[in-house]
Design a protein around this ligand. Structure first.
Ligand code: SUG
Length: 424
């Protein structure tokens, strides 16, 4: 089965990227609320990461930024008139709604959808369910545009099935709470979804078990596993499971406190996949709080064309003592992960989004790869074109006061239009 590849589709970071502190339970979002942001730098950091993966021979695609401020959404609160009039009225009367409508949060493509790989589904197609992201207001407006883009990127129903989201009552945050274990990428594997148990106190659990089961049913995934996040992890700031664990093929890289009941999960996995390697980091080596501040596990665990495994981690991992020590002591030599690369995505990190948050993984057979809309696949030339639009149209710096300015809204709309024009 030669020629299967994993693609990473990254969300291009939009021109309204800002720090509004919208995500309760996401420590970075709260701590950095009110800071000035740098949308141009942010988008170029994201693009550099995409170029790095492309250069390593990994399939790389992208999602376009959504139109922000999103006035279609504001209109549902009774605002009328031109887009600028709607934003002005919202800023006066309901500033929180304008902030929600202005977030560049679609950049975190791991939350765009849950994707089931074709070797695991009953009909042999790749299944996508856009995430309803219903726990956070600013994220709940993403899915209609996400679904439109998924339909454009993956148009052929012979290979791809695009579903409707799970009803909003049941929170779903997409692939950020999804892992897949398989002897090799192209072989049937075990899909795992990780939910948070509902609770009255502490930080919100954003992924419901109902949504996980609904997705497995809709995708025709038999034998999918559900695992609960540990409440300890949620309360230290693991608002998504991909902040404390990541898996690729026969390798699971996880913090020891990620799951409520790791024994049951690991036993079930090893039972089905005797060759599974679990790299577990102990709390005494890297405390949960360091794992979350550095985003060690929000890394991209890649299998290179020469079969070596490489981990792409944020530069914050080199600056967090316990994490740096762990990496130095383990990666390389006989370790299942042979190399670590550091990337600077600091602008996204300040909102709690690391390298893994920025991408949606899609495993494709050669036939399915040929069916991807090439307009959304990164090439050197395409990357240069995107960079040129970002340099020209993305604001250099945004402060909280800018979010209420007509020029800021107009620049956001215009920048997204300019990028759409270049990307066809
Ligand atoms: O949903 N931050 C995002 C970060 C998403 C990270 N994704 C994954 N872990 N896969 C969130 O909490 C902050 C926006 C603000 O505060 O302005 C925000 O939405």
């Amino acid at each position: 089965m030669m020629g299967w590849r994993e693609y990473n589709f990254d969300g291009i970071i939009g021109p309204t990227h800002n720090y509004a502190g919208l995500s309760f339970g996401n420590i970075a979002s709260s701590v950095n609320a009110g800071q000035a942001s740098a949308p141009r730098r942010a988008a170029l950091q994201g693009l550099d990461k995409m170029r790095l993966l492309h250069g390593l021979g990994i399939g790389q695609g992208f999602f376009l930024p959504h139109n922000r401020p999103e006035t279609d959404w504001l209109s549902r609160f009774g605002f009328t008139g031109t887009p600028a009039q709607m934003c002005a009225a919202a800023w006066r009367e309901e500033p929180d709604l304008l902030l929600a409508a202005s977030s560049a949060s679609p950049m975190w493509a791991a939350n765009a959808a849950t994707v089931s790989a074709s070797p695991d589904t009953a009909d042999g197609r790749i299944h996508f369910t856009p995430a309803n992201l219903s726990t956070m207001a600013h994220r709940s407006l993403e899915w209609p545009e996400t679904q439109r883009q998924l339909r454009r990127i993956f148009p052929d129903p012979q290979h791809f099935a695009i579903h409707d989201p799970v009803p909003a009552r049941y929170g779903d945050e997409g692939a950020a709470n999804f892992m897949r274990i398989a002897p090799a990428l192209e072989l049937p594997g075990t899909e795992i979804m990780v939910y948070g148990s509902p609770r009255d106190a502490g930080f919100p659990a954003r992924q419901s078990a109902e949504a996980c089961r609904a997705i497995f049913r809709a995708h025709g995934v038999a034998g999918g596993l559900l695992a609960a996040q540990s409440t300890e992890a949620i309360d230290v700031g693991a608002f998504h499971n991909d902040v404390v664990a990541v898996a690729t093929a026969d390798l699971l890289f996880t913090h020891e406190l990620a799951f409520a009941d790791k024994a049951t999960l690991f036993t079930a996995l090893i039972d089905r996949h005797p060759d599974l390697r679990i790299v577990e980091v102990r709390d005494e080596d890297v405390p949960l709080s360091d794992a979350i501040a550095s985003y060690l596990f929000n890394s991209q665990l890649l299998i290179l064309p020469d079969r070596r495994r490489l981990i792409i981690v944020p530069v914050e991992c080199a600056e967090t003592l316990s994490v740096k020590r762990w990496l130095d002591a383990h990666i390389g030599g006989d370790h299942p992960i042979s190399e670590v690369r550091f990337v600077d995505v600091r602008e996204s990190m300040r909102n709690g989004g690391g390298p893994a948050c920025l991408r949606l993984r899609v495993l494709v057979s050669p036939e399915a790869e040929a069916a991807i809309n090439p307009l959304f696949v990164l090439t050197e030339r395409r990357a240069d074109q995107i960079a040129a639009v970002i340099e020209r149209h993305w604001p250099e710096r945004v402060t909280p006061a800018d979010l209420g300015l007509p020029d800021f809204w107009a620049q956001g709309w215009e920048a997204v239009r300019a990028l759409e024009a270049v990307c066809g």
